[in-house]
Ligand binder design. Structure first.
Ligand code: ATP
Ligand code: MG
Length: 387
Protein backbone atom coordinates (compact mmCIF):
# COMPACT_ATOMS: atom_id res chain seq x y z
CA UNK A 1 0.00 0.00 0.00
CA UNK A 2 1.21 3.51 -0.80
CA UNK A 3 1.58 6.45 1.55
CA UNK A 4 0.36 9.67 -0.02
CA UNK A 5 1.19 13.16 1.21
CA UNK A 6 -1.59 15.51 0.11
CA UNK A 7 -0.52 19.17 -0.03
CA UNK A 8 -3.73 21.16 0.26
CA UNK A 9 -6.87 19.83 1.91
CA UNK A 10 -9.80 21.61 0.29
CA UNK A 11 -12.92 20.13 -1.27
CA UNK A 12 -11.09 18.69 -4.27
CA UNK A 13 -8.56 17.06 -1.99
CA UNK A 14 -11.37 15.60 0.11
CA UNK A 15 -12.93 13.78 -2.85
CA UNK A 16 -9.49 12.61 -3.94
CA UNK A 17 -8.82 11.18 -0.48
CA UNK A 18 -12.15 9.34 -0.59
CA UNK A 19 -11.20 7.84 -3.97
CA UNK A 20 -7.75 6.79 -2.74
CA UNK A 21 -9.05 5.38 0.55
CA UNK A 22 -11.46 3.22 -1.42
CA UNK A 23 -8.41 1.69 -3.06
CA UNK A 24 -6.87 1.00 0.34
CA UNK A 25 -4.04 3.53 0.55
CA UNK A 26 -2.89 5.82 3.36
CA UNK A 27 -3.19 9.61 3.15
CA UNK A 28 -1.61 12.32 5.26
CA UNK A 29 -3.48 15.55 4.51
CA UNK A 30 -1.76 18.92 4.93
CA UNK A 31 -2.93 22.52 4.99
CA UNK A 32 -2.33 25.76 6.84
CA UNK A 33 -5.40 25.32 9.06
CA UNK A 34 -6.84 22.49 11.12
CA UNK A 35 -10.08 20.70 10.27
CA UNK A 36 -9.79 21.31 6.50
CA UNK A 37 -12.17 19.22 4.35
CA UNK A 38 -9.66 16.55 3.23
CA UNK A 39 -8.30 16.18 6.78
CA UNK A 40 -11.73 14.97 7.86
CA UNK A 41 -11.39 11.81 5.76
CA UNK A 42 -7.61 11.25 5.74
CA UNK A 43 -5.61 8.93 8.00
CA UNK A 44 -3.52 11.72 9.48
CA UNK A 45 -3.02 15.42 9.06
CA UNK A 46 -0.32 18.05 9.42
CA UNK A 47 -0.97 21.77 9.86
CA UNK A 48 1.81 24.10 8.63
CA UNK A 49 2.59 26.69 5.97
CA UNK A 50 3.34 24.76 2.78
CA UNK A 51 5.02 27.91 1.44
CA UNK A 52 7.71 27.44 4.09
CA UNK A 53 10.35 25.25 2.42
CA UNK A 54 11.93 24.10 5.65
CA UNK A 55 8.62 23.16 7.22
CA UNK A 56 7.71 21.26 4.05
CA UNK A 57 11.01 19.42 4.14
CA UNK A 58 10.50 18.45 7.80
CA UNK A 59 7.07 17.02 7.06
CA UNK A 60 8.35 15.05 4.06
CA UNK A 61 11.19 13.59 6.15
CA UNK A 62 8.80 12.72 8.94
CA UNK A 63 6.03 11.18 6.81
CA UNK A 64 8.29 9.53 4.19
CA UNK A 65 5.61 9.39 1.51
CA UNK A 66 5.75 7.31 -1.65
CA UNK A 67 3.71 9.93 -3.51
CA UNK A 68 3.29 13.70 -3.07
CA UNK A 69 0.01 15.06 -4.45
CA UNK A 70 -0.27 18.86 -4.62
CA UNK A 71 -3.86 20.10 -4.43
CA UNK A 72 -3.19 23.85 -4.40
CA UNK A 73 -0.65 26.27 -5.82
CA UNK A 74 0.42 27.82 -2.49
CA UNK A 75 3.34 25.47 -1.99
CA UNK A 76 7.11 26.01 -2.06
CA UNK A 77 7.04 24.17 -5.38
CA UNK A 78 10.81 24.36 -6.12
CA UNK A 79 11.29 21.85 -3.29
CA UNK A 80 9.32 19.32 -5.29
CA UNK A 81 12.23 18.93 -7.72
CA UNK A 82 14.40 17.82 -4.80
CA UNK A 83 11.87 15.30 -3.53
CA UNK A 84 11.34 13.95 -7.02
CA UNK A 85 15.12 13.62 -7.44
CA UNK A 86 15.17 11.44 -4.35
CA UNK A 87 12.71 9.04 -5.92
CA UNK A 88 9.41 10.26 -4.43
CA UNK A 89 6.65 10.40 -7.07
CA UNK A 90 5.43 13.98 -7.45
CA UNK A 91 2.02 14.32 -9.11
CA UNK A 92 1.89 14.72 -11.99
CA UNK A 93 5.56 15.87 -11.97
CA UNK A 94 7.64 18.61 -10.32
CA UNK A 95 7.99 20.19 -13.75
CA UNK A 96 4.23 20.36 -14.30
CA UNK A 97 3.54 21.85 -10.88
CA UNK A 98 6.25 24.48 -11.24
CA UNK A 99 5.32 25.52 -14.76
CA UNK A 100 1.58 25.78 -14.20
CA UNK A 101 1.81 27.93 -11.07
CA UNK A 102 3.45 30.73 -13.06
CA UNK A 103 1.47 32.16 -15.97
CA UNK A 104 4.64 33.24 -17.77
CA UNK A 105 6.26 29.82 -17.60
CA UNK A 106 3.21 28.01 -18.90
CA UNK A 107 2.46 30.63 -21.54
CA UNK A 108 6.00 30.49 -22.91
CA UNK A 109 5.82 26.72 -23.07
CA UNK A 110 2.33 26.53 -24.58
CA UNK A 111 2.53 29.41 -27.01
CA UNK A 112 6.18 30.02 -27.85
CA UNK A 113 7.50 26.46 -27.67
CA UNK A 114 4.50 24.33 -28.58
CA UNK A 115 2.77 26.83 -30.84
CA UNK A 116 -0.65 26.58 -29.17
CA UNK A 117 -3.06 29.36 -29.97
CA UNK A 118 -3.59 31.77 -27.03
CA UNK A 119 -4.93 35.28 -26.54
CA UNK A 120 -2.47 37.92 -27.75
CA UNK A 121 -0.36 38.91 -24.75
CA UNK A 122 2.54 40.94 -23.34
CA UNK A 123 4.24 41.13 -19.97
CA UNK A 124 4.84 44.22 -17.85
CA UNK A 125 7.00 44.80 -14.77
CA UNK A 126 5.87 48.38 -14.02
CA UNK A 127 2.88 50.64 -14.54
CA UNK A 128 4.70 52.38 -17.41
CA UNK A 129 5.34 49.06 -19.15
CA UNK A 130 1.74 48.09 -18.62
CA UNK A 131 0.59 51.31 -20.24
CA UNK A 132 2.84 50.65 -23.24
CA UNK A 133 1.69 47.03 -23.50
CA UNK A 134 -1.95 48.10 -23.29
CA UNK A 135 -1.50 50.67 -26.06
CA UNK A 136 0.22 48.08 -28.23
CA UNK A 137 -2.50 45.43 -27.74
CA UNK A 138 -5.58 47.65 -27.77
CA UNK A 139 -8.69 47.39 -25.54
CA UNK A 140 -10.46 45.61 -23.91
CA UNK A 141 -7.76 43.74 -21.99
CA UNK A 142 -7.36 41.40 -19.07
CA UNK A 143 -4.54 42.04 -16.60
CA UNK A 144 -3.43 39.14 -14.37
CA UNK A 145 -0.64 38.73 -11.81
CA UNK A 146 1.83 36.04 -12.94
CA UNK A 147 1.07 34.08 -9.81
CA UNK A 148 -2.53 33.96 -8.63
CA UNK A 149 -5.62 31.80 -8.93
CA UNK A 150 -9.40 32.07 -8.64
CA UNK A 151 -9.33 35.45 -10.34
CA UNK A 152 -7.33 37.14 -7.55
CA UNK A 153 -5.74 40.38 -8.71
CA UNK A 154 -7.31 40.05 -12.16
CA UNK A 155 -9.16 42.87 -13.95
CA UNK A 156 -10.74 43.68 -17.26
CA UNK A 157 -9.62 47.05 -18.63
CA UNK A 158 -11.87 48.80 -21.14
CA UNK A 159 -9.75 51.87 -21.83
CA UNK A 160 -6.55 53.71 -20.89
CA UNK A 161 -8.21 55.24 -17.82
CA UNK A 162 -8.44 51.81 -16.18
CA UNK A 163 -4.79 50.77 -16.51
CA UNK A 164 -3.47 52.20 -13.21
CA UNK A 165 -6.23 50.57 -11.17
CA UNK A 166 -5.55 47.22 -12.87
CA UNK A 167 -1.85 47.49 -12.03
CA UNK A 168 -2.65 48.25 -8.38
CA UNK A 169 -5.11 45.37 -8.15
CA UNK A 170 -2.59 42.94 -9.63
CA UNK A 171 -0.01 44.00 -7.05
CA UNK A 172 -2.32 43.35 -4.12
CA UNK A 173 -3.84 40.14 -5.55
CA UNK A 174 -0.55 38.43 -6.45
CA UNK A 175 0.77 35.43 -4.57
CA UNK A 176 4.42 35.82 -3.65
CA UNK A 177 6.49 38.90 -4.38
CA UNK A 178 6.65 38.93 -8.19
CA UNK A 179 5.45 42.30 -9.50
CA UNK A 180 5.25 41.29 -13.14
CA UNK A 181 1.85 40.89 -14.81
CA UNK A 182 0.58 39.35 -18.00
CA UNK A 183 -1.73 41.50 -20.06
CA UNK A 184 -3.98 39.70 -22.51
CA UNK A 185 -6.24 40.87 -25.24
CA UNK A 186 -9.84 40.15 -24.21
CA UNK A 187 -11.10 37.12 -26.17
CA UNK A 188 -14.76 37.51 -27.18
CA UNK A 189 -15.37 33.77 -26.95
CA UNK A 190 -18.71 32.08 -27.52
CA UNK A 191 -18.15 29.71 -24.62
CA UNK A 192 -15.37 28.27 -22.46
CA UNK A 193 -14.63 24.70 -21.50
CA UNK A 194 -12.51 22.57 -19.25
CA UNK A 195 -11.19 19.49 -21.00
CA UNK A 196 -10.33 16.97 -18.30
CA UNK A 197 -7.34 15.09 -19.63
CA UNK A 198 -5.85 11.96 -18.05
CA UNK A 199 -2.22 11.02 -18.63
CA UNK A 200 -1.28 7.49 -17.62
CA UNK A 201 1.91 5.69 -16.70
CA UNK A 202 1.19 2.73 -18.91
CA UNK A 203 -1.61 3.73 -21.24
CA UNK A 204 -2.79 6.34 -23.71
CA UNK A 205 -3.92 9.85 -22.80
CA UNK A 206 -7.70 9.89 -22.26
CA UNK A 207 -10.20 12.74 -22.44
CA UNK A 208 -13.49 13.35 -20.65
CA UNK A 209 -16.41 14.95 -22.45
CA UNK A 210 -15.94 18.75 -22.44
CA UNK A 211 -17.27 20.65 -19.42
CA UNK A 212 -18.88 24.02 -20.01
CA UNK A 213 -18.73 26.57 -17.21
CA UNK A 214 -19.82 30.02 -16.16
CA UNK A 215 -17.38 32.28 -14.29
CA UNK A 216 -18.22 35.28 -12.16
CA UNK A 217 -15.67 37.38 -10.29
CA UNK A 218 -12.95 34.97 -11.35
CA UNK A 219 -14.61 31.96 -9.77
CA UNK A 220 -16.77 29.31 -11.30
CA UNK A 221 -20.48 29.36 -10.47
CA UNK A 222 -21.87 26.60 -12.60
CA UNK A 223 -20.49 23.81 -14.76
CA UNK A 224 -22.16 21.29 -17.03
CA UNK A 225 -21.17 18.20 -18.96
CA UNK A 226 -21.16 17.46 -21.80
CA UNK A 227 -20.71 20.89 -23.38
CA UNK A 228 -21.67 19.99 -26.93
CA UNK A 229 -19.04 21.10 -29.43
CA UNK A 230 -18.50 20.69 -33.13
CA UNK A 231 -16.33 17.57 -33.59
CA UNK A 232 -13.54 19.53 -35.35
CA UNK A 233 -13.31 21.93 -32.40
CA UNK A 234 -13.27 19.08 -29.91
CA UNK A 235 -10.51 17.35 -31.87
CA UNK A 236 -8.49 20.54 -31.87
CA UNK A 237 -8.91 20.97 -28.09
CA UNK A 238 -7.85 17.35 -27.53
CA UNK A 239 -4.82 17.77 -29.73
CA UNK A 240 -3.74 20.87 -27.81
CA UNK A 241 -4.40 19.28 -24.39
CA UNK A 242 -2.45 16.18 -25.43
CA UNK A 243 0.47 18.28 -26.53
CA UNK A 244 0.76 20.48 -23.46
CA UNK A 245 0.29 17.67 -20.93
CA UNK A 246 2.86 15.56 -22.73
CA UNK A 247 5.37 18.41 -22.58
CA UNK A 248 4.76 18.90 -18.87
CA UNK A 249 5.18 15.14 -18.17
CA UNK A 250 3.73 12.87 -15.51
CA UNK A 251 0.57 10.90 -14.74
CA UNK A 252 -2.68 12.28 -13.35
CA UNK A 253 -5.73 14.29 -14.32
CA UNK A 254 -5.42 17.82 -15.71
CA UNK A 255 -8.02 20.53 -16.18
CA UNK A 256 -7.16 22.14 -19.50
CA UNK A 257 -9.05 25.41 -20.03
CA UNK A 258 -10.01 26.68 -23.47
CA UNK A 259 -11.97 29.57 -24.93
CA UNK A 260 -14.03 28.56 -27.94
CA UNK A 261 -15.13 30.84 -30.71
CA UNK A 262 -17.11 29.52 -33.64
CA UNK A 263 -15.30 31.99 -35.85
CA UNK A 264 -11.77 31.90 -34.41
CA UNK A 265 -11.59 28.30 -33.20
CA UNK A 266 -10.07 26.95 -29.98
CA UNK A 267 -7.84 29.14 -27.82
CA UNK A 268 -5.75 27.73 -24.98
CA UNK A 269 -6.11 29.63 -21.68
CA UNK A 270 -4.32 27.74 -18.89
CA UNK A 271 -4.30 24.38 -17.15
CA UNK A 272 -4.28 22.82 -13.70
CA UNK A 273 -2.15 19.70 -13.15
CA UNK A 274 -4.83 18.29 -10.83
CA UNK A 275 -8.61 17.87 -10.60
CA UNK A 276 -10.43 21.03 -11.63
CA UNK A 277 -13.18 22.73 -9.65
CA UNK A 278 -15.51 22.76 -12.68
CA UNK A 279 -14.92 18.98 -12.84
CA UNK A 280 -17.01 18.56 -9.68
CA UNK A 281 -19.83 18.05 -12.17
CA UNK A 282 -18.53 14.49 -12.54
CA UNK A 283 -19.82 13.92 -8.98
CA UNK A 284 -23.22 13.85 -10.67
CA UNK A 285 -22.31 10.39 -11.94
CA UNK A 286 -21.88 11.69 -15.47
CA UNK A 287 -19.08 9.20 -16.16
CA UNK A 288 -18.04 5.68 -15.16
CA UNK A 289 -15.29 7.25 -13.00
CA UNK A 290 -15.44 10.77 -11.58
CA UNK A 291 -12.45 13.10 -11.93
CA UNK A 292 -11.09 12.17 -8.49
CA UNK A 293 -11.30 8.45 -9.18
CA UNK A 294 -9.56 9.01 -12.50
CA UNK A 295 -6.83 11.00 -10.75
CA UNK A 296 -6.41 8.29 -8.11
CA UNK A 297 -6.05 5.55 -10.72
CA UNK A 298 -3.65 7.53 -12.87
CA UNK A 299 -1.50 8.50 -9.88
CA UNK A 300 -1.39 4.93 -8.57
CA UNK A 301 -0.60 3.54 -12.01
CA UNK A 302 -3.83 1.54 -12.18
CA UNK A 303 -5.37 0.89 -15.60
CA UNK A 304 -8.24 2.99 -16.92
CA UNK A 305 -9.73 0.99 -19.79
CA UNK A 306 -12.01 3.80 -20.94
CA UNK A 307 -13.95 6.88 -19.92
CA UNK A 308 -17.62 6.51 -20.65
CA UNK A 309 -20.24 9.26 -20.51
CA UNK A 310 -23.37 7.87 -18.81
CA UNK A 311 -25.59 10.93 -18.52
CA UNK A 312 -25.44 14.68 -18.45
CA UNK A 313 -24.89 16.69 -15.30
CA UNK A 314 -24.69 20.15 -13.82
CA UNK A 315 -22.90 21.47 -10.73
CA UNK A 316 -23.76 24.78 -9.06
CA UNK A 317 -21.85 26.24 -6.15
CA UNK A 318 -23.18 27.02 -2.68
CA UNK A 319 -21.63 30.32 -1.59
CA UNK A 320 -21.77 31.75 1.90
CA UNK A 321 -23.28 35.19 2.33
CA UNK A 322 -22.26 35.37 5.98
CA UNK A 323 -19.23 35.11 8.26
CA UNK A 324 -19.47 32.19 10.65
CA UNK A 325 -17.09 30.06 12.67
CA UNK A 326 -19.72 27.41 13.13
CA UNK A 327 -21.50 27.18 9.77
CA UNK A 328 -24.85 25.48 9.52
CA UNK A 329 -26.95 24.92 6.40
CA UNK A 330 -30.58 25.66 5.55
CA UNK A 331 -32.34 24.19 2.52
CA UNK A 332 -30.57 20.84 2.38
CA UNK A 333 -33.92 19.01 2.72
CA UNK A 334 -35.26 20.71 -0.37
CA UNK A 335 -32.25 19.57 -2.41
CA UNK A 336 -32.52 16.03 -1.10
CA UNK A 337 -36.24 15.95 -1.88
CA UNK A 338 -35.55 16.69 -5.55
CA UNK A 339 -35.12 13.66 -7.83
CA UNK A 340 -31.82 13.20 -9.70
CA UNK A 341 -30.11 15.68 -7.42
CA UNK A 342 -27.46 15.47 -4.73
CA UNK A 343 -25.14 17.78 -2.84
CA UNK A 344 -21.77 17.91 -1.15
CA UNK A 345 -21.24 20.14 1.85
CA UNK A 346 -17.47 20.49 2.04
CA UNK A 347 -17.36 20.82 5.83
CA UNK A 348 -15.17 23.92 5.93
CA UNK A 349 -14.82 24.89 9.58
CA UNK A 350 -15.27 28.62 8.90
CA UNK A 351 -17.55 30.49 6.47
CA UNK A 352 -16.64 33.81 4.86
CA UNK A 353 -18.76 36.00 2.61
CA UNK A 354 -18.38 34.61 -0.92
CA UNK A 355 -16.57 31.43 0.19
CA UNK A 356 -17.53 28.24 -1.64
CA UNK A 357 -19.01 25.92 0.98
CA UNK A 358 -20.63 23.21 -1.10
CA UNK A 359 -21.97 22.17 -4.45
CA UNK A 360 -25.32 20.90 -5.73
CA UNK A 361 -25.23 18.39 -8.57
CA UNK A 362 -28.13 17.42 -10.85
CA UNK A 363 -28.31 14.93 -13.66
CA UNK A 364 -30.58 13.69 -16.42
CA UNK A 365 -30.55 11.55 -19.56
CA UNK A 366 -28.09 12.59 -22.25
CA UNK A 367 -30.88 13.83 -24.50
CA UNK A 368 -32.70 15.90 -21.84
CA UNK A 369 -32.96 19.69 -22.07
CA UNK A 370 -29.68 21.04 -20.65
CA UNK A 371 -31.00 24.59 -20.19
CA UNK A 372 -33.76 23.34 -17.91
CA UNK A 373 -31.35 21.20 -15.91
CA UNK A 374 -28.91 24.10 -15.50
CA UNK A 375 -31.60 26.49 -14.33
CA UNK A 376 -32.98 24.10 -11.77
CA UNK A 377 -29.54 23.22 -10.40
CA UNK A 378 -28.55 26.87 -9.98
CA UNK A 379 -31.88 27.63 -8.38
CA UNK A 380 -31.53 24.78 -5.87
CA UNK A 381 -27.96 25.78 -4.97
CA UNK A 382 -29.19 29.32 -4.32
CA UNK A 383 -31.69 27.95 -1.81
CA UNK A 384 -29.01 26.40 0.36
CA UNK A 385 -28.15 29.11 2.85
CA UNK A 386 -25.20 29.19 5.18
CA UNK A 387 -26.08 30.51 8.65
N1 ATP B 1 -8.03 36.90 -22.30
C1 ATP B 1 -9.25 36.67 -21.81
N2 ATP B 1 -10.34 37.02 -22.54
C2 ATP B 1 -11.59 36.83 -22.05
N3 ATP B 1 -11.86 36.31 -20.85
C3 ATP B 1 -10.83 35.93 -20.07
C4 ATP B 1 -9.47 36.10 -20.51
N4 ATP B 1 -8.66 35.64 -19.53
C5 ATP B 1 -9.46 35.21 -18.54
N5 ATP B 1 -10.75 35.38 -18.84
C6 ATP B 1 -11.93 35.03 -18.00
O1 ATP B 1 -11.53 34.98 -16.63
C7 ATP B 1 -11.59 33.63 -16.12
C8 ATP B 1 -10.44 33.37 -15.18
O2 ATP B 1 -9.21 33.52 -15.87
P1 ATP B 1 -7.99 32.52 -15.66
O3 ATP B 1 -8.47 31.13 -15.80
O4 ATP B 1 -6.89 32.92 -16.55
O5 ATP B 1 -7.59 32.90 -14.17
P2 ATP B 1 -7.43 32.10 -12.82
O6 ATP B 1 -7.29 33.12 -11.77
O7 ATP B 1 -6.34 31.10 -12.97
O8 ATP B 1 -8.78 31.38 -12.63
P3 ATP B 1 -9.05 29.95 -11.97
O9 ATP B 1 -7.99 29.73 -10.94
O10 ATP B 1 -10.42 30.17 -11.40
O11 ATP B 1 -9.03 28.99 -13.11
C9 ATP B 1 -11.58 32.74 -17.36
O12 ATP B 1 -12.17 31.49 -17.11
C10 ATP B 1 -12.40 33.62 -18.34
O13 ATP B 1 -13.78 33.53 -18.06
MG1 MG C 1 -8.71 29.42 -14.96
Amino acid sequence: MKKILLLGSGELGKEFVIAVKRLGHTVVACDSYAGAPAMQVADECRVFSMLDGEALERVVRDVQPDIIVPEVESIRTEKLYEFEGEGIQVVPSARAVNFTMNRKAIRELAHTELGLRTAEYRYATSLEELQQAADALGYPLIVKPLMSSSGHGQSKVDNAAGVAAAWAKAQTGARGDIQEVIVEKFVPFDYEITLLTVTQKGGPTLFCAPIGHVQKGGDYRESFQPRVMRPELMEEARRMAGKVTEALTGAGIWGVEFFVSEKEGVIFNELSPRPHDTGMVTLAGTQNLNEFELHARAVLGLPIPQIEQYRQGVSAVILSSVESDCPDYEGVERVCATPRTDLRIFGKPVAHVGRRMGVVVCWDELDADQEVLRRSCVELAGQVRVK
